[in-house]
Design a protein around this ligand. Structure first.
Ligand code: NAD
Length: 331
């Protein structure tokens, strides 16, 4: 079966080709993302392979269904960009890769904390320029700090373990508490208490209607002055305008994000010669205590290999007419 891959990068091609070798899955790689404009490219393919910033709204799905496509293999865990109700109505199945390397994301979150705190990015540049001054690089011990983990699923639990290793006190919030976290000594508390008591807050819950703008101006006002806020989950968990206001007032002391609510038009592309039109993002870039990475938390060899292998398995189940074991659907 030929499968159209949207938003292809060189690394997608490398790992997907390797995983499909010797199978009945053959890729047709397209560089553009799936959007209302590019959706006709999908028409001849029974299955397509998409990523986090492909547009799978009801309008795009309607157009997709006018062609052959009956399956979408998401090469990621999140599926907040897919209108699942519309997919179901149109008879299009959606499968995903529920877990690939939760270590990759948890480790990246820890990396954002260390970089914001100890300013490795600044130190690297200074030393390269022969400037060995350590003025302005002052950090704090992580040991003894209180870390609030919101969402203690696969990634949140690993992140909690890492921070426990640093000697941090752990607070947690989840609608389904995990024993593994309690065993580490984490205390499940209300969101209000987590906001009020944490020195560092890290987001690891999915983006759902209930979690959109979980970090709002009201939530930020409840936090400790100078709090460090980390988001490696999904951009819209944070109301970015509220975060900008919090940074300006000093209420937020550090912001480390791998995801941004309007990232679709920016991330995964080289925009170095382009004038950025997003004024909120441009304002974020002016703060010395903001660190943004472009949705790279998942980006390890281990994760890409696992994503490609599971994506091929999902497609093989579809070809064989089997029940999709990693299908995402609404009841
Ligand atoms: P998971 O499903 O194992 O865990 C999610 C946790 O969030 C669960 O424990 C769930 O009970 C909890 N949750 C659900 N609704 C909640 C709510 N309203 N409030 C608090 N907690 C709630 O998922 P995971 O594998 O740990 O991934 C977490 C998120 O990380 C994903 O949703 C995805 O958006 C993001 N992610 C980002 C990257 C990246 O590269 N930046 C890569 C993979 C995943």
């Amino acid at each position: 079966m030929k499968v159209a891959v949207f938003g292809t990068k060189s690394y997608d091609r490398q790992f997907l080709e390797e995983a499909a070798r010797g199978t009945e899955i053959h890729w047709h790689f397209f560089e553009p993302r799936l959007t209302e404009t590019t959706v006709p490219l999908a028409h001849p393919y029974q299955a397509i392979c998409c990523f986090v910033n492909d547009v799978l709204t009801s309008e795009v799905l309607e157009k997709l269904a006018q062609g052959q496509t009956r399956m979408i293999a998401m090469r990621c865990a999140g599926y907040n960009n897919v209108d699942l109700a519309k997919a179901k109505e149109l008879g299009i199945q959606v499968a995903r890769v529920p877990a690939y390397s939760p270590y990759a994301v948890a480790e990246h979150a820890a990396g954002l904390i260390l970089t914001l705190n100890r300013k490795y990015h600044k130190a690297y540049n200074r030393v390269r320029e022969g400037n060995f001054s350590i003025e302005g690089l002052l950090g704090f011990d992580l040991h003894g700090k209180t870390v609030g983990v919101i969402g203690t699923g696969k990634i949140g639990q690993l992140f909690a373990k890492i921070m426990h290793g640093f000697g941090c006190e752990l607070l947690a919030y989840d609608i389904q508490p995990a024993e593994e976290c309690t065993e580490l000594g984490a205390k499940y508390v209300s969101l209000d208490e987590l906001f009020a008591r944490s020195d560092i807050i890290s987001l690891h819950c999915p983006l759902l209607p209930a979690t959109k703008h979980l970090v709002s101006d009201k939530a930020i006002a409840q936090m400790k002055r100078g709090v460090m806020l980390i988001n490696t989950s999904r951009g819209a968990l944070i109301d970015t305008k509220a975060a900008v206001a919090g940074l300006k007032s000093g209420q937020i002391g550090y912001l480390g994000i791998d995801v941004y609510e309007e990232e679709a038009d920016l991330f995964f592309e080289n925009k170095s010669e382009t004038v950025i039109q997003d004024d909120v993002f441009a304002r974020l870039m002016t703060f010395p205590n903001v660190l943004v990475t472009g949705h790279q938390a998942f980006f390890t060899e281990n994760a890409l290999q696992a994503i490609a292998e599971v994506t091929v398995e999902n497609l093989q189940e579809f070809v064989a007419g089997k029940t999709l074991s990693r299908e995402v659907k609404i009841d």
